[in-house]
Design a protein around this ligand. Structure first.
Ligand code: SF4
Length: 183
């Protein structure tokens, strides 16, 4: 007789803000046991970082989603990207920024015994899912953990997450996160 496992895989899902987390959460929750991971030293100024975190906490409470918050390693982020201030959004500064956040997510997932890690970053129409997925896979193979590949913007994912965010009356920022994108 075939045996089926009833336990869901545990995923540590990196999220950048409440709005971007909503649609991926509803999409994945049937199949995964989700924990949110807010690790975003790329968000400036700090008041903005806190504003987005507050939103995330609100969603986490509303839907009973466990939330882990990483350190706000803003100096490390600025050191990493200091030579790339003038890069356009989508350029090499963004790839470093994705890598830093995915690297921390992978390490945390591995340390805390998750089956896999992922990120909601691909929901943004401004972000290249191929770059994000290839970084995720590279880090996964280096660290010996699985990565959930996705392109959440597909099938109107971005539109849907904005709609959900409007329904909850969530704060929605008008720039990606760093001071360079704010300019
Ligand atoms: S534009 Fe966004 S992804 Fe790119 S470096 Fe700034 S915060 Fe990171």
């Amino acid at each position: 007789m075939l045996k089926y496992s009833t336990t869901k895989s545990k995923i540590l899902l990196h999220i950048c803000c409440g709005t971007c987390a909503l649609y991926p959460y509803f999409l994945l929750k049937q199949d995964f046991d989700i924990t949110f991971f807010y690790y975003n030293p790329n968000i400036h100024p700090e008041e903005e970082y806190i504003k987005r975190l507050k939103c995330v906490k609100m969603i986490s409470k509303k839907y009973s989603i466990p939330l882990s918050v990483g350190k706000y390693e803003v100096k490390k982020w600025f050191r990493l990207t200091r030579d790339l201030k003038d890069e356009p959004e989508g350029g090499s500064r963004c790839s470093l920024c994705f890598r830093m956040r995915l690297d921390k997510t992978a390490d945390t997932a591995k340390k805390q015994g998750f089956d896999l890690f992922g990120t909601t970053l691909t929901i943004s129409p401004h972000k290249n899912y191929k770059i994000i997925n290839s970084l995720g896979l590279e880090l996964a193979s280096k660290k010996g953990i699985n990565f959930y590949q996705a392109d959440f913007k597909k099938m109107d994912g971005f539109k849907k997450t904005i709609q959900l965010s409007k329904e909850l009356n969530l704060y929605r920022q008008n720039y990606c996160g760093c001071i360079y994108s704010k300019r």
